[in-house]
Structure formats: structure tokens, C-alpha cells
Design a protein around this ligand. Sequence first.
Ligand SMILES: [Zn+2]
Ligand SMILES: [Zn+2]
Length: 353
Amino acid sequence: MKYGVLVADKRAEVHQKDIPFVKEDEVLINNKACNICTTDYQQWLGDRHHQPYPMAFGHENSGVVIQIGSEVKNCKIGDHVVVNVYGPCLECSNCRKGKNSIYCKNSLVSNALKFPDENGMYGFYGCGEYQVAKGKHVFKVKKDLPFEEAGFVEPLATVIHGIHRLRVKKAEKVLVIGAGTMGLLNAQVASYYGADVIISELFENKLKTAKKLGFSKIINPNKDDIKEKMKEYLLEEGESLDAIIIAVGATSAYNQALQVAPKGCRFLIFAAHFPIPDWNLKPNPVHYNLWEIIGTYGCSTADYQEATALLSKRNINVNLLIDAKYHLKDIQKAFEDAVIPGKYRISITISES
Ligand SMILES: [Zn+2]
Ligand SMILES: [Zn+2]
């Protein structure tokens, strides 16, 4: 089988190995598409030295089940599926409480990034023609959902987790800073939960995409007076902002949030970046303004289920969040394209049939 590997900074290659053997509780998936995540292309750029090489990268992938072990009951051959890349054990006390998989000490993700496999590779082979996964980590998606769109289950699940943590309620006013892939997923999920969403973004092409997705309250901080625009959008109903989602890992985005946050504002820190952004946050305004600073990362099994359902029912539009498709053999070109600022997801087609 062929699979994509990050071998060094700015170097992605296609390698080959034997198709893995399936145990009783596992399934074999023939992957069809894998999208390049920010975490993948930041490693390619050389900005994530905590992620080791060689990395059999890929976790925003989807495919078809072609073989199942005797103990697997939740899917069958021919099902279109995605894999819960966090791989929680589902048995420890944190897993039984339904907590975020990052609390699980036995999760597959914690090992796959620390220890190489028998091939000397880190990672999950999500960008490989074949991938083995535990049956309990596999989620079915509708067969009419294109594979590259099904690849959005993982990022969408992390967004759903954040929106739950932020406690977004109906009719709340939510500002999303950043209209990249994660910003527009956050905006759509907040809107699905009934929030009135305002979007701030510097790239005009991204604001255009936000408009196409039905968001009319948009701000370009390079052109608009942010405070004036906010007033215009908020005064309509005489309300103040309830929450801000920071979905771009830039110092300017973090400081913009401080500029417009009213009393009682809840901040969701969705985006990380390397090198780490600066934030001029001081304790006094948090104290006097009753601000809440909420971090989010990863997701739970329930978030995966919800993401699978929302995508399968097309409640969330991800079609506009795919900029280009490349065949696996052109993997280096795909990464060169993915790192261009202003891009949405680049999808790698792994096998056509
Ligand atoms: Zn991702
Ligand atoms: Zn666990």
C-alpha cells in the first residue's frame, strides 16, 4: 500500500508498505480522501518541532470498510466511515464519564505521536491507501456524502466540543475572529445553535466565502472601524456581545478580542499557533468585567457522533471549505499549495474507485 509521509521540514513523500493485518476487534479501511490539517502543514513548514519525523500523517480522512474482525458489530463491509483519531479507550473512568478524549491516558493518539511503529513511522496512516482501526473508533457516514467532505468530521467534532464549552445559547451575539476553515466551522455551528454571528477576517476572499455561507455581518479590520461596525451590528437589537471565538492563532486576533469585549463576555480560545502568539490580557479587566476565558482542544466520542450526524444531514456546509484536490502522488505539491496564506482545506485523493 502507498501512504503519505512527512519526512523532514518542507518534504512530503509517498512510501510503500504491506497492507496491515486485521485483528478481531479491528476493521480495514480503504481510504479515499484525506484533507491536510493546519497541524499537518505547520509540521511541513517546520513550525511544529514537538511533532516527530517520519510522520505517516493524516487524520481528516475517510474511506470504505473492506474487511472486519469477528468482534466488530458497529459497521459492515462497504460502509463509508471516518476514524476517531484520538482513539480513546472508552473503559477508563474519564472515558466512562464521556469526557474529552485528551483525558484518556490509554488513548491511541498519545502513543502514536510518542513511539514509532515497527516501520519506524509515527502517526496513523490516515493519508494511506489502507488503515487499520479499532471497530469502536469507527463512525459511519452517509454514502452520498463525498469523501473529502466526510474528512471534516474530526475538525467539526472539535468545533462542536468548543461550542458546548462556550455554552452558546439561542439569540446570543457571537463574534468569530478568523474566517478560515476553523473559523467558518465555528461560525456555522454557533449559528446552528441559534446564535447571531458576526465574523471578522482580513482576507477578502474569506469574507466572500463567509457571505456565500449566509453570514452578512462581517468586518474587515484592515478597512473597517471595528468598534463602529460592531455598534452597527449590535445596535440593531440594542444588545451587547455575549461571546468571542478566537479562531486564528495571531497576536492581532487576540488583541482585537480585548478591544471589543463587553462586560460578561466569554472568550473561546480555539486557535493555537507556533511560534506562540502574544496576548495583552491582564487580570484586572477579567476581574472587573466578569470575563470568562475558556480553552478548548480535542473532543469527546459524543462530539464525533454529533459531527457525523450534522455532516451527513448537510446541516453544516463544508463544500466551500475545500480549495483544491491533489492525487496522492502529488503530495509535495499539495503541501506547497496548503501553506499559501488564505487557503481553505487542500484534499488529497487517495484512491478513486
Ligand atoms: Zn485536524
Ligand atoms: Zn480512556
